[in-house]
Ligand binder design. Structure first.
Ligand SMILES: [Mg+2]
Length: 388
């Protein structure tokens, strides 16, 4: 069993601003734009502003209605990424196993460093929190559990400056009364659909079987894992995990343009690659078919699916089409290869496509796009972008 911390900086942009300008403290603060920026969007309210109902991604005009007395400031260029790096440097003092998730969130696997704390991970969590506070004058909230997702749900329970520890190995019991709204990656439209069937709490998920969900077009892989507290505990912390693609190729004894032979070679390469993906709990979205002609010139074509998969049968028809396009000239080839890319750990992939396309949360996406175009791309990150 791994012991994982999810660390979430509290009202990060606002806290950074307060750290460099303590005069801002003690009053609601809204980072995103000054009061004249009528069309702006709230990038980050501090907790005093949140108490007045101000939320991230809310139009500034609405925030002004709710909280006219707040200090309104524009984002300070470079400040948050600078603090983000400094926070990260503190994490690395405690463990090398750090998976940054966004500018203000990270997973830490502390399992192998606990001997220095005689196994007392709460002591370690407190020390880390105090270190951040003392060094940078900003606060962090820590959630502790044996899976990443449970740790993340734990950190949401008590904020700011919180520390929530789930009973390790017994998270299923702990999370059963948590509302489904708290499952990371399950958006508003999806929640509404589940609620129509009386699924309000995480434990309710297990009341229905796979067929029921399939008939609604809901993918169960991720939901069941969540409800059973069996999601990933793998903290991606080094380059080894940073693989962007998986390839297999085969050089023939004899140059060929025999399509039947090539199709069967193609399938067998896909089979091997997909087996590997499944073993590594990884899914892919894009397949590339590569061929090498007798003169060693290379040709390749790719196809990207709308959904992640690690099943060769899902890719085969499209792969054959790619091959046929490239083999039109009937030139003989000496090598065929396949590459799967846009890889994603399966939990994250399922999370992204929990529901079929009908449920895409357009509204939120638009808001996020707005935030992104206004600030930097790193401002908002979806589950999908969890850095590997
Ligand atoms: Mg945060």
């Amino acid at each position: 069993m791994r012991i994982i911390f999810h660390i979430d900086m509290d009202a990060f942009f606002a806290s950074c601003e307060e750290a460099i300008n303590p005069k801002l403290r003690g009053k609601p603060l809204i980072v995103g734009g000054n009061k004249e920026d009528k069309r702006g969007i709230v990038a980050c309210p501090n907790y005093l502003a949140r108490a007045k109902g101000v939320r991230t991604a809310m139009p500034l005009s609405k925030a002004i209605q709710l909280c006219p007395e707040a200090n309104y400031i524009r984002s300070t260029r470079g400040l948050y990424s600078d603090y983000s790096k400094r926070v990260r440097a503190i994490f690395y003092k405690y463990t090398p196993m750090v998976q940054p998730v966004s500018v203000d969130e990270a997973y830490l696997d502390v399992t192998d460093v606990l001997h220095a704390y005689k196994g007392d991970y709460i002591k370690l969590a407190k020390e880390l929190k105090a270190d951040i506070k003392n060094t940078l004058d900003i606060t962090a909230t820590v959630g502790v559990a044996s899976t990443k997702l449970c740790a993340k749900m734990a950190s949401k329970i008590q904020k700011p400056d919180g520390l929530t520890v789930m009973p390790l190995g017994n998270e299923k019991e702990f999370i059963k009364n948590i509302p489904i709204e708290s499952i990371p990656g399950v958006g508003k439209a999806s929640q509404a659909r589940l609620k129509k069937y009386g699924i309000n709490l995480i434990a309710d998920i297990l009341k229905f079987d796979k067929d029921f969900y399939e008939s609604l077009g809901i993918h169960t892989d991720f939901l069941y894992k969540v409800a059973n507290a069996k999601t990933s505990d793998r903290v991606h912390f080094d380059d080894e995990d940073d693989r962007k693609s998986l390839s297999k190729e085969e050089t023939f004894w004899e140059d060929t343009n025999d399509m039947n032979f090539l199709k069967s070679e193609l399938y067998s390469l896909m089979e091997k690659a997909c087996f590997r993906l499944r073993k590594e709990n990884t899914l892919a979205k894009t397949i590339t078919v590569k061929i090498k002609y007798t003169d060693f010139k290379v040709n390749q074509k790719s196809f990207t699916r709308t959904k992640y998969s690690n099943m060769e049968k899902d890719y085969y028809d499209d792969a054959v089409k790619l091959l046929e396009m490239m083999m039109k000239s009937r030139r003989k080839i000496r090598l065929i290869g396949v590459k799967f890319s846009e890889l994603e750990e399966s939990d994250n992939a399922f999370q992204e496509e929990l529901f079929t396309d009908v449920d895409k949360e357009k509204n939120l996406t638009e808001k996020i796009d707005l935030l992104r175009s206004k600030y930097s791309f790193g401002v908002v990150s979806y589950g999908k972008n969890i850095k590997k």
